[in-house]
Design a protein around this ligand. Sequence first.
Ligand SMILES: [Mg+2]
Length: 336
Amino acid sequence: MSTTGPEGPVHGTHGTGNAARSDRAAGAVTGSAAGDALGAPFEFGAPGVFSARFPDGVGTLCGGGGWDPGEATDDTQMAVLVGESLLDNDGLELPDVFARFRRWAAAEPKDIGLQTEDVLTSGDPWDLAAALHFQINAHAAGNGSLMRATTSAVYFARQGRTATMDAARRIAALTHGDRAAWEGTAVFHELVRVALDGDDPLTAVPAALAEVHPAHRARWAAVLAPDWHPDDATEFNGAVWPCLGTALWALRTTSGFESALAAAVDVGGDTDTVAAVTGGLAGAVYGLGAVPERWTRDLHVPLPGYGGRVLRTADLVSLALRLDGSAGFDHPNNYT
Ligand SMILES: [Mg+2]
């Protein structure tokens, strides 16, 4: 795929593999946040609302529906919590991730998934809460573990396919008892890993599917097939299957970061999350330089429960570079 976005070539001419990888890692984390903020005002809207609002194709982080322009929602807020836990603990400490989620949920964020809220406010211990919820509710294959997975996908990418997919399942299981959500989050982790290596995640789908639990493989293969279309979805895209399927469809049927996100939001439904997932993948493919400046300028991530902290694009880039292990890399952009 091209590394030239609609805004022109990827910033910087470093010429080293590490520099390109850093740009992709920063693109994944920032791109997911940008998708979240882009889609938030259109949540639960009908198909075509986004293209009707922006007929010239130049979408802005316009805000609305309770969201300020550029404000990222629970998807990115939880992704930041996961990423910071991984860095602070130098690895995956599931009780710590759960405790950070709980602290955030207790601060009553503007948006929180129904299932995530139930699990985090149940008072049950970290290693039982999601399983107990699943026992009672049975339906627990929401997209809420997939939506927050970009930071952990960047962090575990260097450890290889098996390690990153395993970590994805464990983090997903903190809030989602249904293995379908674990497997979808694991596939996402693997596709981000491939993209960060500079390869095409679309061609990596069969190998990722081979690692999916056999009981779940056929259903995942259906929504990740090259001819799948969002109209083929058998559930609302708040479910994990059509959410990831739509993200791949958006990546497959467009040729740049911005157009991929516009396609994702224009599908309607759970637009912030579908675009957050799309943005994580597309950002890893096209790099930070493909994320429009008019988006990175206004993008911000409030963190309820954490003393009024608000992360800006520069903070997301810094987080991404530390997760990638390339924190010493001096990125040419000066995001303030
Ligand atoms: Mg959200």
